[in-house]
Design a binder for this molecule. Structure first.
Ligand code: CA
Length: 165
């Protein structure tokens, strides 16, 4: 009886592993191109998928100003937009620490045409003009992350996402 119980358990474990692997494969295989082709995410520059740790460098220099809806600061600069799917429930920190200019960071839920601001940040402090937000989210939630400059500020930036400390 205990032998049979062990077999069942082992079978269940490997089935679970197979399911997890195939789900992971289909997600990553479909990811960037297909998702960005969806009209509701046409504004997205980079699909970050379900990454649990992100460090992306980018630049908003010379880009068109297509988004000016952040409630944190006035912006006329161009922006970069990221799509990110929250990998596990909890509190996540999104930051532009290390950026070379005065950034504004906005996290929105919804699609490109109907996005609602969840949280935004202009300056971390009076002496630190980069931006940082903490986001409490459920697993699987999809958010748009917009990095831009205060007024017309532009340059090289770093976007980081990770578990809140
Ligand atoms: Ca700022």
């Amino acid at each position: 009886m205990s032998t049979s119980g062990t077999r069942v358990e082992a079978a269940a474990v490997s089935l679970g592993l197979l399911l997890a692997l195939s789900a992971g494969c289909s997600r990553s295989g479909a990811e960037s191109p297909e998702r960005l082709d969806l009209p509701e995410y046409a504004c997205v520059d980079v699909d970050l998928g379900e990454a649990a740790s992100v460090i992306q460098t980018g630049s908003n220099s010379g880009l068109a100003n297509e988004f000016s809806a952040s409630s944190c600061a006035p912006q006329t600069s161009g922006e970069r937009r990221y799509l990110w799917t929250v990998p596990t429930a909890g509190t996540w920190t999104v930051s532009t620490a290390g950026s070379a200019f005065d950034t504004v960071l906005t996290v929105l839920s919804g699609t490109c045409d109907g996005a609602d601001e969840v949280v935004c940040s202009d300056d971390v402090s009076g002496g630190d003009r980069t931006s940082r937000v903490d986001l409490v989210a459920d697993a699987g939630a999809t958010v748009l992350i917009v990095v831009e400059g205060y007024r017309d500020a532009a340059g090289e930036f770093t976007l980081s996402i990770g578990r809140a400390p």
